[in-house]
Design a protein around this ligand. Structure first.
Ligand SMILES: [Fe+2]
Ligand SMILES: [Fe+2]
Length: 272
């Protein structure tokens, strides 16, 4: 057995039923790697618990942060905000041996390999606006008017950046440089909590929510950086789509109220 490259996201372990989902997650072989594409939870201790459990079972765990990990919940043990909270999460991952966007990208050599597995942290910049909406201000105003406002506006602080979009643009620049340095002879598995292209957001029930779902600045990354597959979550709409011939996998578990009607939680997806 040469193992499988598996992916899952949006574990949201604040829910007891989702903690059970994590408890039930097992590798099929001792060579399996698990990609965790963000939204493990909100509280630091919850995130630590889930990543610890998974890191003890899978040969390698690769994490990209979701927006929920980056919240600063009012009563959390860790009161750091923005970049400082992200750095603390990276430190936690290092204690657990979990790969982060700050580490050298591992190369998968099992089934379907070789491929560079690149966990990314890119955030969003309000550029996925509904047609005809020209500015972020107008886009946010529409969301407030319709009541479709992402909780990030209250809990995801961009410090020390002046705004979430400036944090996003800084991440995009740094990440672009890193990806350009990857071995050009092998494909990549691009892992980001948010979809790299806008198309998957077209099916959102509330189109105004798309502004919190990615950035136009990554629209061609799946081609430029030779993605064999792009893994994401955040939308809580697990499915496979193809863009420019590249496979995109939304691998979210989501909330119990979302997966219960489907007959059970999403199982880890074999991405390679
Ligand atoms: Fe989520
Ligand atoms: Fe999310």
């Amino acid at each position: 057995m040469s193992g499988s490259l598996l992916a899952i996201s949006d574990l949201h372990v604040a829910y007891a039923e989702n903690r059970q989902v994590v408890q039930n997650l097992r590798p099929r072989s001792d060579r399996d790697w698990l990609i965790v594409a963000g939204d493990v939870g909100e509280r630091f201790a919850d995130i630590a618990w889930a990543l610890r459990v998974l890191s003890e079972r899978f040969q390698r765990v690769i994490w990209s942060p979701g927006n929920h990990e980056l919240w600063t919940p009012r009563d959390d043990d860790v009161s750091l905000r923005g970049e400082a909270r992200y750095r603390r999460l990276v430190e936690l991952c290092r204690e657990l041996g979990v790969d982060t966007p700050e580490d050298e990208y591992p190369v998968w050599t099992g089934t379907g390999g070789p491929a560079t597995v690149a966990p990314l942290f890119l955030l969003y910049d309000y550029s996925f606006r509904v047609d005809g909406v020209a500015t972020k201000e107008e886009s946010l105003a529409r969301a407030y008017a319709t009541g479709v406002v992402c909780t990030d506006e209250m809990l995801l602080h961009p410090d020390p950046y002046p705004s979430r979009e400036e944090w996003c643009w800084s991440r995009v620049e740094q990440t672009e440089r890193r990806l350009a340095e990857c071995d050009p002879t092998i494909p990549t598995v691009l892992v980001n909590h948010f979809p790299l292209v806008r198309e998957p957001t077209r099916v959102l029930r509330y189109p105004d929510f798309a502004q919190w779902c990615g950035t136009e600045r990554t629209a061609d990354w799946h081609l430029r950086f030779r993605a064999a597959v792009a893994v994401y979550g955040h939308l809580h709409i697990p499915r496979t789509t193809w863009h420019d011939g590249v496979r995109f996998e939304e691998v979210s578990v989501g909330y119990p109220r979302e997966w219960r009607p489907r007959g059970g939680p999403t199982q880890p997806k074999v991405v390679l």
